[in-house]
Design a protein around this ligand. Structure first.
Ligand SMILES: [Zn+2]
Length: 275
């Protein structure tokens, strides 16, 4: 499939909301990222490493905690697209859509169904909702309730026990104004939040090719992008391993080489082994 949605800037010059992103998995600090760590800190940490302002200034992880959740997922998806472009050796302006296969299980017949997720089109979904800051949902008593969209810092405060557990406690943090939220209003509020932040709880209308059952399938896009970036880190470790064995250089020396020179040495080793 070719890119179905126009992307303002793409390829290796990918930008994320006026922010410059560099590919993950090429620089010394990228080895420090612990993919088994807590998810909120992991995502902020990766974005803080890879994102910089147009002038080159970096962001603090704390600043990235204040981004809404969908924007963080968009950033990760754009890093996954960059990783893919790097792996293909694609140049700037390369317009190919990047598809990632996801296996889902049919709720009707338990068949495994593979779907292709177009990462660039998904990341662009966030652009369409980027301007939304506050949502409004109808209440059962005929009123309306306004909420701002959740940020990572909200989830952190919530998870740490600054608010009582339960969706209602999180919604109380997000409420703008003093309209009461009744539990009967939760479905409408959740629907409005989901519409304004489509990447956060991403669902796909799926028709099973085996039993034809129609269903809504969930795909965790954050997890999907993180898995792609974990592969980049594993590839860097593989490169260090091969170069250290061949040349007896230290990890630090290898990781400080520019990526193109690591590749050049790896190519030479591969050519030698092929002889
Ligand atoms: Zn089925």
């Amino acid at each position: 499939m070719n890119a179905s949605l126009p992307s303002p800037v793409s390829g290796l010059a990918e930008r994320w909301r006026g922010v410059r992103l560099r590919p993950f998995g090429l620089e010394p600090g990228d080895l420090e990222v612990d993919f088994s760590g807590e998810r909120l800190a992991l995502v902020s940490g990766i974005l803080a490493r890879c994102a910089s302002r147009p002038g080159g200034e970096r962001f603090d992880a704390e600043e990235l905690d204040e981004l809404r959740l969908g924007a963080r997922i968009e950033g990760l998806l754009r890093l996954a697209i960059l990783a893919d472009a790097g792996a293909r050796g694609a140049g700037e302006g390369d317009e190919d859509e990047v598809e990632v296969e996801r296996l889902l299980r049919c709720v009707g017949c338990d068949a495994t169904v593979g779907i292709n997720l177009p990462l660039r089109a998904l990341a662009d979904l966030q652009r369409a909702v980027a301007a939304i800051e506050v949502i409004e949902a109808p209440t059962r008593d005929g009123g309306r309730v306004k909420l701002r969209l959740p940020r990572a810092s909200d989830l952190r405060a919530w998870g740490r026990g600054d608010a009582a557990p339960g969706d209602e406690a999180l919604l109380a943090r997000l409420r703008v104004g003093d309209a009461a939220i009744a539990s009967a209003d939760l479905p409408a509020i959740e629907a409005a939040l989901a519409a304004a932040d489509p990447l956060v709880d991403f669902t796909i209308d799926l028709t099973c090719p085996e039993c034809h059952a129609r269903q809504e399938a969930h795909a965790d896009l954050e997890e999907l992008a993180l898995a792609r970036l974990a592969r980049e880190q594993a590839a860097l470790l593989d490169a260090i391993h091969r170069l250290a064995r061949a040349y007896h250089w230290s990890e630090e020396a290898i990781v400080r080489l520019p990526a193109w020179r690591r590749r050049a040495y790896l190519d030479r080793l591969a050519r030698e082994e092929a002889r």
